[in-house]
Design a protein around this ligand. Structure first.
Ligand code: ADP
Ligand code: MG
Length: 471
């Protein structure tokens, strides 16, 4: 009987973990999930402490620094019995990476108190090679970057910086819409510099991680180590600086880091989704710094570049892409390169399941049916906000406001839900349109999904709104 209770408990914990994993994947993205979270497994659960097994110490520190708070929050929410989440190193050589049902509760592990909060996260060495390579995508190189009219300037600037030891222009500020190659170019610069001269210290970090590390450093009153790791590098790259919007303290810290590196003649490379002048919530003095070097934008792709990219990617995958299929894809999928790449991968995967292995136009249209439908509707978040606000008789301004009254909050949640359904915008992007963060959007989407099951009238209204927006 007791055994059965334990087994049930283990079953539900495993189930909870699976759900948590799906949520983490959604929040942090596929790449981060695959690199850091997938290798984790549930360990034993004792006196409110949930142990999670991690294969290496390096990984443990990383996970604690970046994900433990979130994991704890989600789990606590799902299961109030869980008071603490700890991470213990358990490599497969020593067994027990996957906990055997019958062993549950028998395995005793003693995590150190510090492993709960990760005191050492702020000193996680950003400037070392191991860290750098864990951040860089191996295929984001110059060789794999297809150059066309819309990106040739940004490419040339990136190449120049990568190849010259003397600082040519500083900082380099790259900007474009999503999925057009900023991150690719930054990784390419990093790979190139390290290949030419492995002794140079290169740090590549997303603005989100920078912010996170800074906040943690402040919390543990360890800002000296934080400053040190960014001010002692040869090349500092910060990706997606729009994430620093309205983060006053972090911007200030970044500002000093920036000046200190510039004074020392070190190279700085930044990216954002808008030009420095158009960035909202960034201090004026910082904007002027961002503008002070070379600003290069990547424009939306043109047809020729899309064809070039498709052919290059097909060649790398070792498949022959018929001209009419390439034309079709390049015509239909013009939004960004990530989508283009994704659709190519999908048809290649399908073709490999077919006896003939042949890629044809018919098959492409069939395989991409759902995806293409979503590209055909051009609904924007602005339109969604407008329509939903109109429907519920509130103003768009109220929808974007901080007011939490039900008559405003509910339409806001519905608009967030529809934005997720009808556009290809990410959760943080949707959040920004509502002046909220991605967790709020995620919560809204889930809430509306629940409500639609419970409340038929509401579901009908939402479906009607969706139809109207799709027209
Ligand atoms: P951004 O950072 O601007 O959102 P990414 O650099 O992540 O965009 O690019 C999205 C995807 O498109 C990546 O897989 C990247 O390799 C690919 N990509 C972007 N531009 C090019 C290009 N010019 N040639 C080949 N692949 C590209
Ligand atoms: Mg990017």
């Amino acid at each position: 009987m007791a055994e059965e209770a334990i087994q049930n408990e283990n079953f539900s914990i495993n189930q909870e973990w699976e759900q948590i994993c799906s949520q983490l994947k959604m929040e942090f993205g596929e790449t981060a999930f695959e690199s850091w979270l997938k290798p984790l497994s549930v360990g034993d659960f004792n006196d409110g402490i949930m142990n999670i097994c991690v294969p290496t110490t390096f990984m443990k520190n990383w996970v604690i620094a970046h994900y433990s708070d979130r994991i704890h929050k989600i789990w606590e929410h799902k299961n109030p019995d869980i008071k603490k989440v700890c991470f213990v190193v358990q490599n497969s050589a020593s067994g027990n990476v996957k906990v055997d049902v019958s062993l549950l509760k028998k395995i005793k592990s003693t995590p150190t108190p510090q492993s709960i909060y990760g005191l050492n996260d702020v000193t996680a060495p950003c400037g070392n090679d191991q860290y750098l390579s864990s951040q860089l995508n191996p295929s984001y190189t110059f060789e794999n970057f297809v150059v066309g009219k819309t990106n040739e300037f940004a490419y040339a600037a990136a190449k120049k910086i990568a190849e010259s030891r003397n600082v040519a222009f500083n900082p380099l500020f790259l900007y474009s819409g999503v999925g057009l190659g900023k991150t690719h170019l930054m990784h390419a610069i990093a790979w190139h510099i390290k290949k030419q001269d492995p002794s140079r210290t290169v740090v590549y970090i997303s603005a989100e991680q920078f912010l996170y590390k800074f906040v943690k450093a402040m919390r543990y009153k360890d800002t000296a180590a934080f400053k040190e790791q960014f001010r002692s590098v040869d090349v500092l790259m910060i990706d997606d600086v729009q994430f620093l919007a309205n983060k006053v303290k972090t911007q200030e810290e970044f500002f000093y880091t920036f000046d200190s590196l510039m004074e020392g003649g070190r190279q700085i490379i930044l990216s954002a989704d808008k030009s420095p002048n158009d960035l909202d919530g960034i201090e004026t003095r910082l904007k002027s710094r961002l503008n002070s070097g070379l600003v290069a934008d990547i424009m939306p792709t043109d047809f020729d570049l899309r064809i070039g990219i498709l052919n290059k990617k097909a060649e790398q995958m070792g498949v022959k892409l018929p001209q009419n299929v390439a034309d079709f894809l390049a015509q239909k999928i013009s939004s960004n390169i990530r989508e283009l790449d994704g659709s190519l991968k999908r048809i290649v995967a399908h073709s490999q399941l077919l006896p003939s292995h042949e890629i044809t136009l018919d098959m492409t249209q069939e395989v991409l049916k759902d995806m293409l439908r979503s590209f055909e509707r051009k609904t924007t978040i602005d339109e969604i906000q407008k329509k939903v606000a109109e429907f519920y008789n509130i103003s768009v301004r109220e929808m974007q406001s901080l007011r939490r009254a039900r008559n405003v909050a509910r339409p806001r949640q519905i608009a967030m839900y529809l934005a997720k359904q009808l556009t290809s915008r990410s959760l943080p992007e949707i959040g920004r349109k509502f002046d909220r963060d991605h967790t709020t959007v995620m919560h809204a989407v889930r809430k509306v999904e629940e409500l639609m099951v419970e409340d038929a009238a509401l579901a009908e209204n939402i479906n009607a709104l969706q139809k109207a927006l799709e027209e």
